[in-house]
Design a protein around this ligand. Structure first.
Ligand SMILES: [Ca+2]
Ligand SMILES: [Ca+2]
Ligand SMILES: [Ca+2]
Length: 190
C-alpha cells in the first residue's frame, strides 16, 4: 500500500492536514508484514518512522483513516518500544509519552519479551475496542486466535520538510532585504 516514490504524487500516503490545526504529516501502511525492527527500517527508508500517536486526535485520525475496510481488524506496528529499558516505553522519535491508549491490562510484557507496540491487536480478535495498544514480541504474538499471529504491517508517519522551504523562504527574504538596503545605500550615495 505504501508507495516508495516519496516526493511525487502518492495516493497511498494520507496527509493529516494542517487546515484544522493538525500536524501536516503523512501516514501510510508498509507493503508487507514484518517484524517491528524491519518495519521501522522501512519507515526510515521512506524518510519517516513508525507512527507516533501523541494525542487523542492523532489516535482518532489513525483509526478513521486506516482501521477500516480490509484493515479494520489488522494490528499495526507503531513507533513505541521499551526495548532499551524494560517498562520504559519511548517513541522512536524521542517525543514525550503523554498520551496513551493501552488496552486494559497492557502493557504486560507477557512472557517477558514484549517490547514492541501494536495498535488494534485486540480488535483483530474481534474483541475489545478498535485501536487500543498492546506490547508484543519482535515478530508479534502467536497462538492468541483471531489471526493475531505476527508479523504485522507497520504504520508509517513521514514529517514533510518544512525546514528546507522555510530556509528557502528565509533566504529569499534576506536577499530581498539586502538588495533593498543596497539600493537605498546607492540612492543615498547619489
Ligand atoms: Ca505523530
Ligand atoms: Ca517490555
Ligand atoms: Ca502484551
Amino acid at each position: 500500500m505504501l508507495c516508495v516514490h516519496w516526493g511525487t504524487a502518492d495516493a497511498a500516503l494520507v496527509e493529516w492536514t494542517v487546515v484544522s490545526g493538525e500536524n501536516g504529516h503523512f501516514y501510510g501502511i508498509t507493503d508487507s508484514a514484518s517484524d517491528w525492527a524491519s518495519a521501522e527500517a522501512t519507515a526510515i527508508s521512506l524518510g519517516g518512522h513508525l507512527a507516533t500517536i501523541t494525542s487523542s486526535s492523532e489516535q482518532a485520525f489513525v483509526e478513521t483513516t486506516f482501521l477500516n475496510g480490509s484493515f479494520e481488524h489488522l494490528p499495526l506496528w507503531i513507533g513505541l518500544t521499551d526495548e532499551v529499558s524494560e517498562g520504559t516505553q519511548v517513541w522512536v522519535t524521542g517525543e514525550p509519552l503523554g498520551f496513551s491508549n493501552w488496552k486494559s491490562g497492557e502493557p504486560n510484557n507477557d512472557l517477558g519479551d514484549e517490547d514492541y507496540i501494536t495498535i488494534n491487536w485486540d480488535f483483530f480478535r474481534n474483541q475489545g475496542f478498535k485501536g487500543t495498544w498492546n506490547d508484543t514480541p519482535l515478530n508479534g504474538t502467536t497462538g492468541w486466535g483471531g489471526n493475531t499471529t505476527g508479523p504485522y504491517h507497520g504504520l508509517v508517519e513521514v514529517v514533510p520538510e518544512p525546514a528546507s522551504s522555510l530556509l528557502l523562504l528565509g533566504g529569499m527574504l534576506f536577499c530581498g532585504a539586502t538588495l533593498f538596503a543596497c539600493r537605498r545605500k546607492q540612492e543615498a550615495g547619489k
